[in-house]
Design a binder for this molecule. Structure first.
Ligand code: F6P
Length: 368
């Protein structure tokens, strides 16, 4: 019995991250080998629908010698965009969806993209399945997303390198990482990379506490260097820095923090700033991101085959499950909880993670 041929579209939307091509690979292979469908890559997110452009994707990958490079290639072969007034162009996007003859669509995106795609799918009555990706790890109802693990590894590697040079020169090294609203990257990589201070948008910091912590490290433990990880959206409770992004200092939080530390430090301090920027979004995906991406891609195709729609594949208790996109959107964004176990772990190790000021075990371990 021949299976009905479906035309399945796939697109990547929002900021890129490692692992997107691994999802695309899993979708192509499973859709073609298991279901015999045709898979069309839509370039540059919804812009491809608007332009009525699609690329037929084959299981042989991009390499004519049979090598499949998608499993470990960073970025996205489909291209992506993270700007634009997509919803205003619904009619043209809908016309594109129909002109391309799509029966269903898989969209790989972050919280913003998934909300927009779900809205379009509702309006256009598309069969749509979302796959969560973001280095920010701020998508609700899933324990894992594509891209986060690689970014954490990239930052951790940078912290390893910076620790050697910081300790050689007795310097305070500030490492600015991505995360405008969510501090998961800073928290995870800060703990894994042995940071002394981790500053995140969710937990306000006080510059006096940061400086006091650096003094404690030096006076009580003989540490003449320090590593500070700061998320780009980190805030104080009162400073003018606690503003909307367009009102913040153009130098970035890392430089801002450096000048603040120099002003308030109890001893002369030599500070350097490293801004990791888009290095965090590049690179080849880690093994874990490839596994997550592959498992998500496989289940996304199965959900389409089962006739499901407006669901997001999610990782829950070691399984890939489907959760309604409406529920995900309602619960987004997933932020760091100030009393989470990971925050408590950081504090227990003597890392300053923002107020309340907490120097255990340094302060509690008083010597005569
Ligand atoms: O949302 C992902 C993210 O990496 C944020 O952490 C960061 O603020 C933003 O993208 C940067 O986006 P752009 O590519 O537009 O500079």
């Amino acid at each position: 019995m021949t299976k009905p041929q479906k035309k399945l579209g796939i697109l990547t939307s929002g900021g890129d991250c490692p692992g997107l091509n691994s999802v695309i690979r899993a979708v192509i292979n499973h859709a073609v080998l298991t279901y015999g469908w045709q898979v069309l890559g839509i370039p540059y997110a919804t812009q491809g629908l608007l332009d009525q452009k699609a690329i037929p994707l084959s299981i042989h990958g991009l390499d004519l010698r049979g090598i499949d490079p998608l499993i470990n290639m960073g970025g996205t072969i489909l291209g992506t965009i993270n700007r634009g007034d997509t919803l205003a162009h619904f009619d043209q996007i809908q016309a594109g969806y129909q002109a391309l003859g799509l029966d269903a669509l898989i969209g790989i995106g972050g919280d913003g993209s998934l909300a927009i795609l779900n809205h379009l799918a509702n309006q256009g009555s598309w069969q749509f399945i979302g796959v969560p990706k973001t280095i920010d790890n701020d998508i609700a109802l899933t324990e894992r997303v594509v891209g986060f693990d690689t970014a954490v590894n990239t930052i951790t590697d940078a912290l390893n390198r910076l620790t050697f040079t910081a300790s050689s020169h007795d310097r305070v090294m500030i490492v600015e990482v991505m995360g405008r609203e969510a501090g998961h990257l800073a928290l995870h990589a800060g703990i894994a990379g042995g940071a002394d201070v981790i500053l995140m948008p969710e937990i306000p910091y006080a510059i006096q506490d940061v400086c006091r912590h650096l003094t404690e490290l030096r006076d009580r433990w003989g540490r003449r260097f320090a590593i500070i990880v700061v998320a780009e959206g980190a805030k104080t409770a009162t400073d003018s820095h606690d503003q909307q992004p367009d009102q913040r200092p153009s130098c970035g939080i890392g430089q801002y923090l450096a000048s603040e530390i120099i002003s308030c430090s109890a001893y002369p301090v030599d500070v350097r700033v490293s801004m990791l920027g888009h290095i965090q979004r590049g690179g080849i995906p880690s093994a874990l991101d490839r596994l997550i991406a592959t498992a998500f891609g496989k289940v996304a195709v199965d959900l389409i085959a089962q006739g499901q729609s407006k669901q997001m594949v999610a990782w829950q208790s070691g399984q890939v499950v489907a959760v309604p996109l409406e529920a995900v959107i309602a619960a987004n964004p997933l932020l760091v909880t100030p009393d989470s176990q990971l925050v408590q772990t950081a504090r227990a190790l003597g890392i300053y993670v923002g107020s309340p000021a907490h120097f255990s075990p340094i302060v509690l371990d008083k010597e005569e």
